[in-house]
Design a protein around this ligand. Structure first.
Ligand SMILES: Cc1cc2nc3c(=O)[nH]c(=O)nc-3n(C[C@H](O)[C@H](O)[C@H](O)COP(=O)(O)O)c2cc1C
Length: 209
């Protein structure tokens, strides 16, 4: 089993989502000691934004790409390969202004690639990242456990859509709130519930890959 562990918090050692993805990986390693872990902390390795050259290179047929075009695609190609290599992908996703952190959006802009992670076929769009089990552990500062706040959440609808587009349809969301703007007891309870939920997900995870 190959696990791709991706963090996107910018809060360093204070990060709750990083604590929870670490818990996820520890539990998974206890159950599957042979699992290999590829860890990417996006705050330490911020992906490049798309540039005009990147876009031209992306849409140019591979056999017509110049040296500069290949160079412009190198970082993205490496990230795409890491996605293909994984059987299980776990994302730590803090809510930033109702959506995902911009460093995670930059990562997504690097991995949604024509003929690499999706293809246009006569039957429509085909996602190419198949047979992945994806976990999204997403933290929110305020309490989102009510319909009014839930309606403002752009993380789940967006990630479900874009991951589905590239073929990742088996996505489990572990929503965690409140982790910042609440009393200590409520924060502890949210984190403890999240760890229990992670444990259940790991116990339900069967060998893949
Ligand atoms: C730039 C920024 C924007 C934020 N926007 C929101 C928000 O819209 N809603 C919310 O509940 N919390 C918001 N927060 C609080 C974070 O969601 C919370 O601290 C985070 O989920 C904790 O995860 P982390 O410790 O892994 O970074 C924001 C934090 C930052 C840094």
């Amino acid at each position: 089993m190959k696990v791709f562990h991706i963090d996107s918090s910018v809060r360093g050692d204070w990060s709750v989502s990083k604590d929870l993805t670490r818990h996820f990986v520890q539990q998974l390693k206890e159950k599957f000691p042979d699992a290999t872990i590829d860890h990417l902390d996006l705050a330490e390795h911020i992906p490049s934004h798309p540039t005009p050259l990147f876009i031209q290179a992306n849409y140019a047929p591979a056999d017509t790409r110049s040296k500069e075009m290949w160079e412009a695609l190198a970082e993205s190609n490496s990230l795409v390969q890491r996605m293909h290599d994984a059987n299980v992908i776990v994302f730590g996703v803090p809510m930033h202004n109702f959506s995902i952190p911009s460093i995670l959006k930059a990562f997504i802009d690097n991995i949604v690639r024509i003929n690499e992670t999706f293809a246009m076929t006569v039957d429509g769009i085909e996602g190419l990242l198949k047979d992945k089990k994806v976990y999204v552990i997403s933290t929110r500062g305020v309490d989102f456990n009510n319909p009014h706040m839930e309606a403002m959440d752009q993380i789940k609808p967006y990630l479900r859509t874009v991951f589905g587009f590239i073929g990742m349809t088996a996505v489990e969301f572990i929503d965690v709130s409140p982790v910042q703007f609440a009393d200590q007891e409520a924060r502890n309870e949210a984190i403890s519930k999240a760890k229990q939920s992670i444990n259940v997900h790991i116990s339900n995870l069967n060998t893949v890959g």
